[in-house]
Design a binder for this molecule. Structure first.
Ligand SMILES: C[S@@+](CC[C@H](N)C(=O)[O-])C[C@H]1O[C@@H](n2cnc3c(N)ncnc32)[C@H](O)[C@@H]1O
Length: 212
């Protein structure tokens, strides 16, 4: 057990050290990612329409997307492994709830959420460790709840590790990720793949899934 959680400790420490720079980076991108924003907006609309409960922004970082969901009329809260990220999020958005924790083992009841947002927060999970995360997302979502996943796409290659500027990360073929989510009981609603924008190295993807 200790061995399999070493990557979580490493991830938390790396984001603690880089939290201020990461927050500056995402703030500089505000308003410059129309396709990413379109998926967040669609996700928010699906969640509002289903009316199945609040949204957990898991691996929320500095909280900008939690606040974005709030601005889209969604009851959202954030959670992150990194205490420094949670400190920044709480300072920036004092009206929202943020807490430290791991999305691998959520301290949340079964079926209480209308949505889970995992925006680039599964990217550091070693592939062999990934299936239980989807099981956990499925457990905490209510029937009719939605999952929005943001990730780096592998562009025709198998799962590939790369030197992410914070800590090593993985690029995934969209079909493999969608398959893992389906194995956990999700059905696919939509997917979006986009080419790298200026300053990015890789294509990026979004999967919108629903718990039937
Ligand atoms: C690349 S950042 C993404 C932050 C934000 N969601 C965004 O889209 O900009 C990845 C975040 O996920 C968090 N994270 C990684 N693994 C996690 C886990 N198992 N549980 C909770 N947070 C995690 C990291 O601490 C980091 O803040």
């Amino acid at each position: 057990m200790a061995e399999s959680s070493e990557y979580l400790t490493a991830t938390a420490q790396a984001y603690d050290a880089m939290a201020v720079r990461y927050a500056e980076h995402v703030n500089a991108l505000a308003g410059r990612m129309p396709l990413d924003q379109a998926m967040l907006t669609a996700f928010a609309q699906f969640v509002r329409t289903a009316g199945a409960g609040p949204v957990a922004d898991l691996g929320c970082g500095p909280g900008h997307l939690t606040a974005g969901l709030r601005d889209l009329g969604v009851d959202a809260f954030g959670m992150d492994l990194s205490a420094e990220m949670i400190r920044l999020a709480t300072a920036a958005y004092p009206d929202l709830r943020f807490e430290v924790g791991s999305m691998r083992d959520l301290d949340l009841p079964d079926g209480g959420l209308g949505g889970v947002l995992s925006s680039y927060s599964l990217i550091h999970v070693p592939p062999v460790e990934l299936p239980p995360y989807f099981t956990e997302f499925h457990r905490v979502l209510a029937p009719g709840g939605h999952l929005l996943l943001g990730f780096f796409e592998s562009e025709g290659e198998p799962v590939t590790v790369f030197d992410h500027r914070v800590t090593p990360a993985y690029r995934w073929p969209v079909d493999r990720l969608a398959g893992l989510a389906r194995d956990a009981g999700f059905e696919e609603v939509a997917r979006l793949l986009r080419r790298p924008q200026e300053g990015e190295r890789f294509g990026q993807g979004y999967l919108l899934m629903r718990r039937p």
